[in-house]
Write a protein that binds this ligand. Sequence first.
Ligand code: ZN
Length: 259
Amino acid sequence: MNTAYISGVLRNNAQPDSFPPHRDPTERYDYAVMAFHFRHPTHGDILIDTGFDRTFHERPPNGNLSFTMRVYYTLTKVRCIQSDGDLPLGSHLERHDINPAHVFLTHLHSDHTAGLPSVPSQSRIYYGKRERTLISRLLSSNHFAEKSSIHLLDMSTGKAMAPFFHVVDVFGDATFGAISTPGHTRDHLAHLISTSPTPVLIVGDAELTRWAMKDEILVSTIDGARGKQEVQRSATMIRSFHAMHPHVQIWFSHDEDHL
Ligand SMILES: [Zn+2]
C-alpha cells in the first residue's frame, strides 16, 4: 500500500561513496512511502510500517510530523507529497477491510510511524528493543499517542538462519520472522513472511529501492563509521539471501516495485 511520496536528493538517503558513476548524488527522486499488509490465519491482520495518515493531505506538506522533522525536511529541501490519487493509510485500511491486530515497525523513522494515528489504539505494536533512542523519540514520539500495547523485540534472542544471524520467530509457527538488519538505525528489522506460494521479504530501509539495490547503493546512517559497517553487513546478508532464494519477493519501504 503506497500512502504518499517523499521527494529528495539521492545523497540524503544513501552513502555517496557507494554510488555508481551513472548516479548523480544531487538528482531528485520521488520515493514511495509504503506500508504492507498480511493476514495470518489465526493471528489476524498484520501491518509492517504505517506510511502516512491523511494529515499530509489536510495540512501539506508536513502533516503530523514533529517540529524536529519539519525543520530537518526544510533544511534538506525534502518534500512530502500526498496528492488526491494517493490513499493515506486509513483509506487503505477501510478499502480492504483491514483491522490491524499487529503492527511491526521496521524502525522508528517518522516516515514509517506517521500512519500510527490511523491504527486502533489496542493494536499490538512491535519494534526492536534497542531502537528507542533519544533521537527516535524526538522524531516520532507524537505518533505513539494513545498506543498502549508496545512490544519490544529482543533480537539478541533470535536464531541464526543463514545468511542472517538473528531471526525471531514472532508467532512461534515459522510464518513470520523478524530479522536483525541494523545500520540505517540501531535495531532496524526486516521481515520474512512465509506466504504461499511466494514468500516475501520486506527489507524496510535496509535497502533504499529496487534500483538502488541493483546498483549496490548503501543506505544512509547517522551512526558514523560503525553505522556504515553495519549498513554494509546488513546489505550483504540481504543480497546473499536474494542470490540463495531468488523466488522470494523482496519489497522496499520506498519503492512500489519489488524484486
Ligand atoms: Zn529510515
